[in-house]
Design a protein around this ligand. Structure first.
Ligand code: PLP
Length: 397
């Protein structure tokens, strides 16, 4: 018997991403990896979390170890509503927010709620690969729209909208994964107009927004949209630890329905983790920790941009992210990032090949790749880019 014959048809398109394959290679000793989307483990606030965890278990174990409500921990929700208002000017009622098991689940819940087979969902090209799985599970038609230095190209989007019905536009407006680009204010406004005119939902994924190292803060698309068409996703993964706690802000009717959907998936996000995060936040430690991360990651960003300047041959270009974790590198047209990837691996340096971030990776550009500048130490950033520069030089000659 072949068990695969019993798999549902919809699972046919779901394949492990190139990133997963790369992770297997990253266990090598001594490798300098610019590949993952991981926070710097040296900066996890371990002492504070130990103290907070002890406190939670000592004072509230009956709740913290019990099942919890599907919508999330009340203290955590209260904190998030207050912070979203204070930092981003988002007015969020209690029935407009719920906790998710990471923003990954927020994406999946949105897909579950909105996508029928064949529905079109627009993504930025390139985009976060983890978003594809849910879209494929619901057999959506993933439509790529190009970006430029100002983020999603809304003119190109409008050309798509004139041709076909689109249900959702998925965007990462700030310090985008993988490109590091930020959507301009004019584009944000235009996107909101288009959503109203062409009747679609904007899924705004903002896990990096708190990590801005330069430039002026931008209003979330959510705050520009007075029509209630934007769902906003946030996460603790990049600012505290990727322990599967995120949140979604959306119209009350959406949250109500999503609560039922989440109940079917996992009943609730682990209550102990939520209680620990709530206590951590209520003690004022989140904002302090974000400042620590901004100082450290901002320095690493400078180090990487400086090392790129120093070690990359002429003809190689890269983005200048104002925040987040990633720089997107474009090699001269004739160069193949996959070949560079294998040669770099010989030198114990890793990155993610850019074509992995496209829905249509067969037809994606072959000369691009992503570098993470927050996980390695500054010393390793310089050493890794020196080695990578040498590899690219050798290919260029
Ligand atoms: C743009 C984007 N969205 C969502 C996620 C998933 O984050 P979480 O750990 O909150 O599920 C990531 C993680 O890398 C990401 O880059």
């Amino acid at each position: 018997m072949s068990i695969e014959t019993l798999f549902a048809n919809r699972t046919e398109n779901i394949k492990p991403s190139a990133i997963r394959t790369i992770f297997a290679l990253l266990k090598r000793p001594g490798i300098i990896s610019f590949a993952g989307g991981w926070p710097d483990p040296a900066l996890f606030p371990v002492d504070e979390l130990r103290d907070v965890t002890d406190h939670v278990l000592a004072t509230d174990s009956a709740n913290a170890l019990q099942y919890g409500g599907t919508g999330g921990d009340d203290r955590l929700l209260r904190f998030l509503r207050e912070r979203l208002n204070r930092v981003y000017g988002m007015a969020v009622n209690a029935d407009q927010i719920m906790i998710t098991s990471g923003s990954q689940q927020g994406i999946f819940l949105t897909d579950t709620l909105l996508l029928d087979p064949g529905d079109a969902i627009v993504v930025e090209a390139p985009t976060f690969v983890g978003a594809f799985g849910g879209m494929q599970t619901f057999e959506a038609d993933i439509v790529e729209v190009e970006m430029d230095a100002n983020g999603l190209d809304t003119e190109a989007l409008e050309r798509v909208l004139q041709e076909r019905k689109v249900k959702v536009v998925y965007t990462i407006p700030e310090f985008q994964n993988p490109s590091g680009r930020t959507m301009s204010l004019a584009r944000r406004r235009r996107l909101v107009e288009l959503a109203e005119q062409y009747d679609f939902v904007i899924l705004e994924d903002a896990p990096y927004s708190d990590l801005r190292y330069e430039g002026v803060p931008m209003p979330p698309i959510y705050t520009l949209d007075t029509n209630g068409r934007t769902f906003y996703l946030g996460s603790f993964s990049k600012t505290l630890a990727p322990q599967r706690v995120g949140w979604i802000v959306a119209p009350a009717k959406v949250i109500r329905k999503m609560t039922f959907l989440k109940m079917a998936m996992d009943v609730c996000t682990p209550t102990l983790t939520q209680a620990i995060f709530a206590e951590f936040c209520e003690r004022g430690l989140l904002d302090t920790h974000i400042e620590t991360l901004k100082a450290a990651y901002g320095k690493k960003r400078k180090t990487m941009l400086g090392a790129l300047d120093r070690f990359m041959p002429a003809g190689v270009e890269w983005t200048n992210p104002q925040g987040g974790m990633f720089v997107w590198v474009t090699l001269p047209k004739e160069m193949d990032a996959e070949k560079i990837f294998h040669a770099a691996l010989e030198e114990n340096v890793a990155f993610v090949i850019g074509s992995a971030f496209y829905a249509d990776s067969e037809n994606a550009p072959k000369n691009v790749f992503r570098l993470n500048f927050v996980t390695p130490s500054e010393e390793k950033i310089v050493e890794g880019l020196q080695r990578l520069g040498k590899v690219i030089h050798e290919y260029a000659n």
